[in-house]
Design a protein around this ligand. Sequence first.
Ligand code: TUI
Length: 313
Amino acid sequence: MFHTKLCDILNIKYPIIQGGMAWVATAELAVAVSEAGGLGIIAAGNAPAEVVLKEIKKAKKMTNKPFGVNVMLLSPFIDEVIEVVLAERVSVITTGAGNPSKYIKQFQEIGTKVIPVVPSIALAKRMEKLGADAVIVEGTEAGGHIGELTTMVLVPQIASEIKIPVIAAGGIADGRGFLAALSLGADGVQIGTMFICSTECTAHEKYKQKLLRAKDRDAIVTARVSGHPVRVLKNKFAKELMKLEEEGITKKELEEIGAGKLRLAAVDGDVDNGSVMAGQIAGMIKNIKPCKELIEGIIIEAKTRLDSLSKFC
Ligand code: TUI
């Protein structure tokens, strides 16, 4: 059920990939998702290459299933991280926060699948032309660094314009969202926020509890002035940031204040003074469960939903 062309390309059971969330998507989470039949992703974020290498080596020891690495193109260590991912011959690379054109060929030459996040039709078409294996079409509902358009409008428009598989992201955390994404023309989904609330995720317990308490309107957008808007859960830090933005803080000052704040929340558990990145779907997440249960729950719910919908036909 739901075996799409993405499953064949990535050699996975279910067309569900895990979001590459910095400081949250460690080897433990990636391995749990891959073992459960999805595609787990280790996030490189802003980490130095040796940290990324350690996570890749750890994951290789823990699973024989394919997994990926997400490279954040704004990272100060981007070139050395790319070298590590190339040398380790990771199965899949996803990219975020920029245009990965200059790296695509190198990955293809060694058989690594390349899947960029795209926030627009123009970038999706460009990625297809350069040989990307699929694209992640991420709507503004997502957590962390976001684009402008919603999943609902962006996925069908891009699916109509390109032939490579489309992976819908942003606002998906259950079987209904999964089925909706496939209905919009996607061949699979990327899920981030829900996987933070998994047993295997190494994010600090306070980060998980903050997510479980989130309500529908709690995931807000900060840092618009920087040109890199970031969706986070409302807290002391987010409120302070919004006040400073109203007062006309500069892009440089904003970047300085933001530095290290995701780590502070996700690793150290300071969910008042740190940046608790999460998507708009946070309000729907009520439990912490193992990745296998989360993934199988999505598939079962989607199938049940599809069966009940077909009764209308
Ligand atoms: O990258 C993400 N989410 C992230 S990255 C991150 S770390 C960070 N912190 C502060 C500022 C910036 C980054 C936290 N969350 N998601 C994937 C994503 N990619 N969202 C949006 C984009 C994107 C944006 C522009 C992809 C391509 C792009 O291209 C612009 C161009 O040059 O064509």
